[in-house]
Structures are given as structure tokens and as C-alpha cells.
Design a protein around this ligand. Sequence first.
Ligand code: SF4
Length: 372
Amino acid sequence: MENLSWIQKHDEIFFKNSFSKEDIVYLLSLEGQEEIEFLRQRAYDIATKESGEKVSLRGIIEFSNICSRNCCYCGIRKDAKSVKRYLLSREEIIEIAQKAAVSGYGSVVLQSGERNDEEFIKYVIDVVKGIKDRTKSEKLPEGLGITLSVGEQTEKTYKKFYDAGAHRYLLRIETSDKKFFSKIHPPDQKYDNRLNCLRMLKKIGYQVGTGVMIGIPGQTIDQLASDVLFFRDIDADMIGMGPYIVSQSSLMSSKGMMEKKSLLLLSLKMISATRVVLKDVNIASTTALEAISEDGREKGILFGANVVMPNLSPVDVKSDYLLYEGKPGMEEGSDEYNTDLIQRIRLSGREILFDDWGDSKHFKRRKCLNII
Ligand code: SF4
């Protein structure tokens, strides 16, 4: 009888179309193995129904660790003096992208620290144009799909990047709680500005991705539930969330981090809850999951994610892009474009979507409805 009542409650919540904050708190608070499995299965079923059986690939190229910001949680923030700074040349980046395209990747993410100077903006535009020009093929008539992740910029700059050929942009809000945002960022970084950037990106026509860190010291389940509602309310197309992992060069190093097993479980529940609530968005199974569990990225897929982002940065600079401790995949890219990771995803029961941009179904629907 008791068993029947929780199944009924689950059915009531899991099969809803509209979720309250209390519903999401309930999902994130599930603890029993059977209940978590129920959540995972529901999220997995929605992911495969909405986004297809195949997992999309985004080759991530961390092209520079030079940053003008000082986010308190970040290992490569401007004032982290021990970090060796680098900037890959335009040609190096294009060559990596060309090899990725030949290896079956349909899309890359260009990520760096944040800079707003003209030289950097011009350089990013040149790189995007170069990749577009030199990765066209029969399989990719418009070249590789490009996601940019280079932080807060002006609307004019976002438009220039878009016109150059970038069509997706990832800008994480990190936490949707305004007060908490100000605790983990220095005073010159404003929540409202980041929110405004997300709105500008949408207005321009990008597929817009955002996300949060999970398990930040002082963060509550209530805040995480609000984060899921934030994703829904800003009508995000893509979500990239990761566990908060401490970095010794960050300003928050003394606060420590959650115990890994609990952090992994909470992160996986966030993926599932986001899938159950938002349904047709792209959700990445991020590298940080693998930093706390060897098969973290495969687990992310099993809990409702549909995108993996193998690191294609050159091996000699990977260790200089350490946002947090224990970042995995330092050897990724040396193994014929991550055949090992691809194999592991296959073993977990999913095929890979090759030679395709893997755009967000949510975005395609918005486009069809002419609300873009
Ligand atoms: S999180 Fe991004 S913007 Fe903030 S300090 Fe790190 S690299 Fe710079």
C-alpha cells in the first residue's frame, strides 16, 4: 500500500506538463534507489523521444585562458598568477576544426576567458570565418556548426560574431539567485548584465545556452529548483551544468566542496529534473562530471543529457585551462579525436550523431513557430 502511494505520487509529478518549484524540489530531494531510478528512466525516455536516440558531439576547443575577469570560483581568473597564459593562433584553431570535421564531428565549441578588447573581437571573428570557410564538405555544406563561449560582450559584438557564422552561444548564469550570484562574483560583475546578455543573444537569433554550477558551498536545493525554472522562463535552448569542483587558485578554495558521491548524485538529479521539466532542450553531459566519477559523462547521458563535448584542445595547453582541480581528459585529442569516449558512450547503449550540427529541437520548434 505504501509502495503504491509513492508510485502514484511519482506518476502525478513525473507526467506533468507544468511544474511548480515544490515539484522540482521534490525531484531533487529523491533519495531511495528505486525512486532515483524512476526519475532517471523518465528523463532518459524524454531525452530519446525529444532529441533522438543519438548523442550529439561538440568538440570543445579552449583556445585561450587569458581572462579579464575574476570570478571567485575560477582557477584561471585574471589574478591567478600561477597560471601560464596562452592564446592559440588562428591557424592552429582552424586546423583542429578541420581535423574534427574530417573525423565526423558536426560541430565545435570555441571557449576562452573573457576579453572585450577590439583585437580579441576581431580575432574571434577571423577564426569563426576561417572555420566556416575551410570545413565545408559534401557532408557539411555550411561547414561545422559553431558555438561560442567567450563571456559577456556588447550586443554589437554578439551580432558581429553571429554574422561571421557562429550560431550558438553558451553563457552560464552560474546561479539564478541574484544575491548568491553577487557572493560568488566580484562587485564589477552584475547579475542583471548577464541576464541582459542572454536576452540580447536570443534577440539576435542565436541558439542560447546557459547553465549553473551544482553544489556551490552555501547553495540550497531550493535555489537549484529555481535554476531549473529560470532555464524554462528564459526559454533556453541548451543547458550546460556541472558540479562545483574547487580550484586551489580560486578565491573560494578555503570553502571546500561537497563530498564527491553526493555531488555526483545531485548533479545527475539536476540533469534529470531539467530534462523532465524542459523536455526538448539540448543538455550537455559535461566534462566536470567525469572529474568526480570515471564514468560521469556516460552517467549524464543515462540521466537525460544528449550532448557530449570531448576536449580537442592541443595536449600541451590543456593543463593550463584548469577551471577546477582534477579536470579529466588531459589526454583527449591525442587519441584520434576521442574514439575512446565515443566508444564508451556506445557501450552505454547510445549511438553518436556524426556529421550533423545537432541543433536544439527546442530552437527548431521556436523557429517553426516564428517566435525567433
Ligand atoms: S569563469 Fe570565465 S570569465 Fe570568470 S574568471 Fe573564469 S574564465 Fe574568466
